[in-house]
Design a protein around this ligand. Structure first.
Ligand SMILES: Cc1cc2nc3c(=O)[nH]c(=O)nc-3n(C[C@H](O)[C@H](O)[C@H](O)COP(=O)(O)O)c2cc1C
Ligand code: SF4
Length: 491
């Protein structure tokens, strides 16, 4: 993963543990009612985290149940289930919801979380769409199988070798000759997207309007999200979170890089058009009283990407369209991702925008803790200035009581999301609430978990994955390489 050049090692700040009376009187543990009428017992939030535990077809497995039951035992106000696919796109062990056949498994997941949290935790599911991305190919294979040979390749090779015969040479020979060229020559001969397909693996963009399936997205996606949301409601989830953040389809429509010319790109209104149409379709499908929110970026953190001002515009209009919450994240884009190894796909958290999303303790002077909250607060302030009271969820390096309480007291956010701190210790919010904050296992923010995610390996936390079972602890499920799949019990 990319690191800021300064590489300042930030120690974990001193984290004061509040006494039980103080915790219980705090803003963090004050209930909040969403515009839908859904009551949250407290303002604590575990955001979506993909654990790579679904079946290869995207179904709920016992390991998925175990993962969410463990977070639910910590009784956060809200727990958001990982990004779950709304279309029938093979995606390995990630959850899917594109068909009614997934409802029974998801219903079991809802039942499990209700039981583990004693009904205290509200459960949402994040709905995602993503476009096709291929693994980085072997060089030979790219030229023999994937490259669509054009007249430009023929004339380019003819010019590079001073051999006009390449203009009409048989295609297999031409492919072999291209494969044999040095990298430097390829830079001039292949189009930018062909070079990217060779060096990173081919990746679709939402502005590839020449691809019929991409051109059709505005017709296809509102229905796909709406049907998925209806299934989520049938399964018993308290609400859905539309994934409009990071590197995926809906975030790409919002992106300043989106140059579609069919009215779904270009200026701010064009980029927002499909996200608004999806909200409208989802609302139609689930009704006014069901909780529908979105996760979006406070800025894209890439060259030429959307700014905080763009995000303020989007959040304000999305809130006005009837969202019940707006959850903010930062960066996490493909555009600045590192080159993957051959046979692997690019991962959108390896570049500077990935760092902005999940910063580590090796940082610049700004450090990783609450790093993005000031920008997120500006997005919220714009919505408030427009007279909108929708709650905002803030996220990124939030990990101790005074920090969270300060954010709420200043009005920088309305709900406090913590991903890695909750992974390190799923009980941490509960420990604070019970006045046992001194027992919190503190995230080290070195991103061992994120590296597992990058390799599509089952995600665990380094602080607990090799901890042997305690006396009396029920049998611990383990990964094939001997890591415990859920955090140790705390009672
Ligand atoms: C293993 C892992 C998986 C993640 N999966 C998702 C996801 O499915 N959807 C999403 O919006 N964010 C995902 N994230 C990002 C987190 O929700 C969060 O935005 C990020 O980790 C920063 O918050 P933190 O500093 O509290 O960890 C993931 C993060 C991690 C560490
Ligand atoms: S693996 Fe490291 S960064 Fe991830 S949750 Fe655990 S301590 Fe935090």
């Amino acid at each position: 993963m990319w690191r800021p050049p300064e590489r300042i090692r930030h120690p974990l700040p001193v984290a004061r543990a509040p006494r039980v009376e103080e915790a219980q009187a705090s803003l963090l543990f004050t209930p909040l009612t969403l515009p839908s009428g859904l009551e949250l017992a407290e303002r604590t939030w575990v955001p979506a985290m993909v654990p790579w535990r679904a079946s290869a077809r995207g179904e709920v497995t016992p390991e998925v149940l175990g993962w969410y039951a463990r977070f639910a035992a910590g009784e956060p106000g809200v727990l958001v289930v990982e990004a779950t696919g709304v279309r029938d796109v093979p995606s390995g062990p990630l959850l899917r919801i594109h068909d009614d056949g997934f409802v029974p498994g998801l219903r079991e997941l809802v039942r499990t979380v209700r039981e583990a949290s004693g009904g205290r935790t509200r459960l949402f599911i994040q709905l995602i769409d993503f476009l096709r991305i291929r693994r980085r190919p072997e060089r030979e294979r790219f030229f023999v199988e994937f490259l669509a040979v054009t007249a430009a390749h023929r004339s380019g090779l003819a010019a590079a070798t001073a051999e006009p015969a390449w203009q009409s040479a048989p295609e297999p020979e031409l492919r072999r000759a291209l494969a044999a060229l040095p990298d430097a020559a390829l830079g001039a001969l292949l189009a930018p997207r062909e070079l990217e397909a060779l060096r990173f693996g081919a990746r679709e963009r939402v502005w590839d309007e020449h691809e019929p399936s991409v051109a059709a997205l505005p017709r296809v996606l509102p229905g796909a999200f709406a049907r998925a949301a209806r299934r989520a409601r049938e399964a018993g989830f308290d609400g859905v979170e539309l994934h409009y953040a990071h590197a995926y389809t809906m975030a790409s429509f919002l992106s300043a890089l989106n140059v579609r010319r069919d009215g779904y790109g270009g200026d701010l209104a064009g980029r927002l058009r499909l996200p608004l149409e999806v909200v409208a379709a989802v609302r139609d499908a689930v009704g006014a009283r069901y909780t529908v929110g979105c996760r979006m970026l406070c800025h894209e953190a890439i060259a030429g990407g959307s700014s905080v001002e763009d995000a303020a515009f989007f959040a304000t209009h999305l809130a006005r369209a009837g969202l019940d919450f707006v959850s903010l994240s930062t960066g996490g884009k493909f555009e600045d991702a590192e080159q993957p190894r051959i046979g692997e796909a690019a991962y959108p958290y390896t570049g500077p925008s990935g760092y902005a999303c999940m910063p580590t303790v090796r940082s610049d002077a700004r450090g990783p803790f609450g790093r993005n909250v000031p920008e997120q607060a500006r997005v919220r302030a714009a919505a408030r200035a427009a007279g909108l009271e929708v709650p905002f969820v803030v996220c990124g390096g939030i990990h101790h009581f005074d920090q969270a309480e300060g954010i709420l007291a200043r009005g920088d956010g309305d709900l406090i999301a913590a991903a890695r701190q909750s992974l390190a210790d799923p009980d941490w919010f509960r420990k604070l609430r019970l006045g046992r904050g001194a027992e919190v296992r503190r995230c080290a923010y070195t991103n061992y978990c994120e590296a597992l995610d990058q390799r599509h390996a089952v995600v665990t936390c380094r602080l607990w994955d090799r901890t042997p079972p305690r006396a009396g602890e029920p049998p611990v499920a383990q990964s094939a390489d001997g890591r415990r799949l859920v955090a140790p019990d705390w009672s």
